[in-house]
Design a protein around this ligand. Structure first.
Ligand code: IPE
Ligand code: IPE
Ligand code: MG
Length: 254
């Protein structure tokens, strides 16, 4: 019998090396957490953290495109985030609106297709209009998808899907996983392969709870505004070393 500790250790997450030729996740979801703590660590107001965090989306989007990721879903504002102080909520709303105004031309020129996951009801009508316009204007782009999860909750998404299904008159026997998936906010996006959470927590916080059923989860203590190109490659490298079994066993173990 082999000794208890004689097995060769497999590659650990810490020494995973990014392989540009290796498998690249098609759809990556990012829980952009840690803006507030990033600011606090610098003696700045939380708003400064949100500003830096918003700017960081561009850097990570660019690198995602460079390594061949096809879709990025970024969690920008959850249905639970309304419970924050009004000042902070107002600031976050202004930031979303501002970034659409400032970035849309450039995103469009670079072939970025913008999508939105979430509820528009309850959002300022002008911002609703800006979001609809950004989606419409970029709908034919195909370099990469930037799906913004804004006023998004995974449970709300499932409830909204059930409502649509019922309104369309499906009978209980017709309800399948496929049908539910087709009634979510972004039916054309494949399920995420990789979910990254910055800021160190190990939870989904109501993010893509249906779609993430078989996603690989990666959590890093790095705060979102500091999550750069190298950090993204690190996350993908770890993903490349994971063994995705989808409930099956490997052929070599049959
Ligand atoms: C994430 O950063 C951004 C949003 C939730 C809008 P936080 O604001 O949650 O930052 P921390 O978690 O307080 O550091
Ligand atoms: C998750 O971060 C939501 C977004 C990143 C938009 P939170 O900061 O809201 O999550 P919790 O409260 O720590 O679970
Ligand atoms: Mg947080």
């Amino acid at each position: 019998m082999p000794g208890l500790f004689s097995r060769t250790p497999k590659t650990t997450e810490a020494d995973a090396i990014f392989d540009p030729q290796g498998v690249i996740p098609v759809h990556v979801g990012i829980i952009m957490d840690g803006n507030g703590r990033w600011a606090r660590a610098r003696g700045l107001p939380r708003a400064a953290g949100h500003r830096a965090g918003t700017k960081n989306i561009r850097r990570v989007l660019r690198e995602s495109f460079n390594i061949g990721i096809k879709a990025l879903t970024v969690y920008a504002f959850s249905t639970e985030n309304w419970a924050r102080p009004k000042d902070e909520v107002d600031h976050l709303m202004r930031l979303i609106s501002q970034s659409i105004q400032e970035e849309l031309d450039d995103l469009d020129a670079n072939g970025v297709r913008i999508l939105h996951s979430g509820r528009l009801e309850g959002v300022n009508p002008r911002l609703q209009e800006e979001i609809r316009y950004a989606i419409e204007r970029t709908k034919a782009n195909d370099a990469i998808v930037l799906n913004v999860a804004f006023n998004y909750g995974g449970r709300a998404e499932i409830v909204d899907a059930i409502k649509k299904i019922m309104r369309e008159g499906y009978s209980p026997d017709q309800v399948t996983e496929e049908l539910v998936s087709q009634h979510l906010y972004t039916p054309d996006l494949p399920d995420p392969d990789l979910i990254i959470r910055t800021g160190g927590e190990f939870r989904l916080s109501n993010f893509l709870i249906w779609q993430a059923a078989y996603a690989e989860f990666y959590s890093t203590p790095v705060y979102w505004p500091d999550f750069d190109e190298t950090e993204l490659r690190k996350a993908v490298a770890v993903f490349q070393h994971r063994d995705r079994r989808f409930g099956k066993i490997k052929d070599t173990e049959r």
